[in-house]
Ligand binder design. Structure first.
Ligand code: NAD
Length: 453
C-alpha cells in the first residue's frame, strides 16, 4: 500500500514545504535490502558508552561488535569532521543510582546531532523488578523513561530501543547480543521506543547471521497475503523451509506466495477442531520436523459494542484467539529444543481501540496466552513470544476511511505506517536460535505508537 504523503515530502519542494508549515516529515526507513549481502549493519561508526561501573560489560560488548567488523569507538570526540555516527550503544547494566545516568546520557546528547539518518541508539540495562535497593530500582526504571522519551526526539528514521537483561543474564548471552544486533540492524526499522526483555542466558549464536534459520521448518497461518505473506518470504530468506496455511477461498493467492519461496501450501481453516493435527501430518510428510509456528491468521469484525452481534463477536474470537489456544495444546507438546511459537497480537490489545472490543479482547488474550505458555514450553527448550503491530500498510488498514487512516499512520514517532516486512523481521528474529533467551514477551512493531504503554 502506498503512502502518498510520504512520497510527497521525501524530497524536493514537498520536503521544504512540510518543514516550513511544521507538518509531519516522515522519511523512508532504512530497511534490509534482500538484493545486497553487503549492506552494512549500521550506517557509520558505533560509539559505546557506559556509566563507569558497567565498564567491563561495555568492553565485552564492544569486543563483540568489533567481531562483526563494525567500526567501534569508546570516545565521543573520536570522529572525523564531516562523519556521522551509525549508532550509539549505552551499557548501563551495573548502574547503582540515577546519578550514574548523567555521564553516558549527556555524552549521548552531545553527539545526537551527528547521528546518521536511520541511525540507532540502543541501551543495555537490567530488569528493575530483579533489584530491591530503591536507588538501583530507580535507575533501572529510569532507563525506561529516558529511552521512551529519547525515541520521541529522534528524527530522520533513527530509532532508540533497549535490551533489558534479567538478573543472571550476562551481557554476552546469545539473546543479549542477538537483540542488540537486531536493534542496530535495518531489520528493526519500525521498532521504536521499545524495551525487549531477555529472560535467560539460553539460545545460541547462529553459524551464519545472514541465514539464522537454516535447517528449520516453519508453519505460518494466514499466509496468502499481507503480513503473513511477508513472514513467509522473510523466514525463507533467513533459511527456513516454510509451510503456508490459509482458507481454501484464498488457495490461489496462497499457492503464488508459497511457490515464490519453494515452500508448501496447505488449505485449511484454522478454526477446524483438527487443524493442528492436519498441519502436523502435512509438515511431517514434507519435511519430517517442525521448529516454528507463527499464529498470524486474523480477522476484523469492528462494531461498537452497542451494535455488536453474536456472530461478529464469536467469529472473531474463534479465529483470533480460540484457534491458537487450541492448536497450541498440540504444538506445545510437539516442539522440542529450539522450538518457537510466535503469535500476532496488536497495539489495540494493549491500548484498546474504539469499535474493537472483540478484537482487543482477542489480541490482549494472545498476550496473556503467550505469557502463560512461556514456562510450559521452556521445559522442553522452546519459547513462546508475541509481536504487536501498530498501523501496518495492508489490505486490512487500506479499508479505513481516508481521514482516520491519515491520522492513524502519522500517530507514531516515525510518522508513518509500517510495512508488512517490518513485522516479519521481528518474527524472524524471535524465531532465530539467538532469541532462545527471550520468552513470554510481546514485542511491539509500531514506530512507537502514541497510544499504549
Ligand atoms: P489480512 O486480512 O491481510 O490477512 C489475514 C490472512 O488470514 C488472510 O489471508 C486470511 O484469508 C487468513 N485467514 C483469516 N481467517 C482464517 C482462518 N480461519 N483460517 C486460515 N486463515 C485465515 O491481515 P493482515 O493485515 O496481514 O494481518 C495479519 C495479522 O496481523 C492478523 O492477526 C492481524 O490481526 C494482525 N495485525 C495487523 C495489523 C495491521 O495494521 N494490518 C495491526 C495489528 C495486528
Amino acid at each position: 500500500m502506498s503512502d502518498r504523503y510520504l512520497d510527497l515530502v521525501s524530497g524536493g519542494p514537498g520536503k521544504s514545504a512540510a518543514k516550513k508549515l511544521g507538518l509531519p516529515q516522515p522519511v523512508r526507513l532504512r530497511r534490509t535490502d534482500p538484493g545486497s549481502v553487503d549492506q552494512p549493519l549500521v550506517p557509520g561508526p558505533v560509539l559505546v558508552l557506559d556509566d563507569g561501573a558497567s565498564l567491563p560489560a561495555a568492553d565485552e560488548l564492544a569486543e563483540t561488535l568489533l567481531g562483526w567488523d563494525l567500526d567501534v569507538r569508546r570516545d565521543p570526540q573520536e570522529l572525523a569532521k564531516g562523519r556521522r555516527w551509525g549508532a550509539v550503544v549505552l551499557v548501563l547494566t551495573e548502574a547503582a543510582s540515577p546519578a550514574a545516568l548523567a555521564g553516558p546520557v549527556l555524552a549521548l546528547g552531545g553527539v545526537l546531532r551527528r547521528l546518521a539518518p536511520g541511525g540507532r541508539v540502543v541501551t543495555v540495562s537490567r530488569r528493575a523488578d530483579d533489584a530491591r535497593e530503591p536507588a538501583v530500582v530507580a535507575v533501572r526504571q529510569g532507563v525506561d523513561g529516558f529511552l521512551r522519551s529519547l525515541a520521541k526526539e529522534l528524527r530522520a528514521g533513527a530509532t532508540a530501543n533497549g535490551v533489558v537483561l534479567g538478573q543472571d543474564v550476562p551481557v554476552g548471552a546469545p539473546s543479549a547480543v542477538g537483540a542488540v544486533r537486531f536493534f542496530l540492524s535495518a531489520r528493526s526499522a519500525f521498532v521504536d521506543g521499545q524495551l525487549l526483555h531477555v529472560t535467560s542466558a539460553d539460545g545460541v549464536a547462529p553459524a551464519d547471521w545472514t541465514r539464522p534459520l537454516e535447517g528449520m521448518v516453519a508453519v505460518v497461518t494466514g499466509a496468502a497475503r499481507g503480513i503473513g505473506a511477508a513472514i513467509v518470504s522473510v523466514l525463507a530468506r533467513d533459511g527456513a523451509r516454510v509451510v503456508g496455511v490459509d482458507v481454501p477461498a484464498a488457495g490461489e493467492a496462497l499457492s503464488r506466495v508459497m511457490n515464490e519461496v519453494r515452500g508448501s501450501a496447505l488449505q485449511l481453516d484454522i478454526t477446524a477442531e483438527d487443524a493442528a493435527e492436519r498441519i502436523l501430518v502435512h509438515v511431517r510428510e514434507r519435511y519430517g520436523r517442525l521448529d516454528v509456528v507463527v499464529h498470524n491468521a486474523g480477522i476484523l469484525r469492528d462494531k461498537l459494542l452497542a451494535n455488536m452481534t453474536d456472530d461478529r463477536w464469536n467469529d472473531l474470537l474463534a479465529v483470533n484467539v480460540l484457534a491458537p489456544l487450541r492448536m497450541n495444546e498440540t504444538f506445545a507438546e510437539e516442539l522440542g529444543a529450539g522450538g518457537r511459537i510466535i503469535s500476532l497480537a496488536s497495539t489495540s490489545g494493549i491500548a484498546g481501540n474504539r469499535g474493537q472490543t472483540n478484537y482487543a479482547a482477542a489480541k490482549a488474550g494472545i498476550i496473556g496466552m503467550t505469557r502463560a505458555l512461556a514456562p510450559v514450553v521452556a521445559a522442553s527448550g522452546a519459547t513462546a513470544n508475541a509481536v504487536a503491530p501498530g498501523f501496518i500498510e495492508t489490505d486490512m488498514t487500506a479499508k479505513i476511511p481516508p481521514v482516520p487512516r491519515q491520522v492513524a499512520r502519522r500517530a507514531n514517532s516515525l510518522q508513518q505506517g509500517g510495512q508488512p516486512v517490518d513485522v516479519a523481521e521481528a518474527i524472524a528474529f524471535l524465531a532465530s536460535p539467538q532469541a532462545g533467551g527471550v520468552n513470554g514477551q510481546t514485542l511491539r512493531v509500531c514506530g512507537q505508537n502514541l497510544v499504549g504503554q
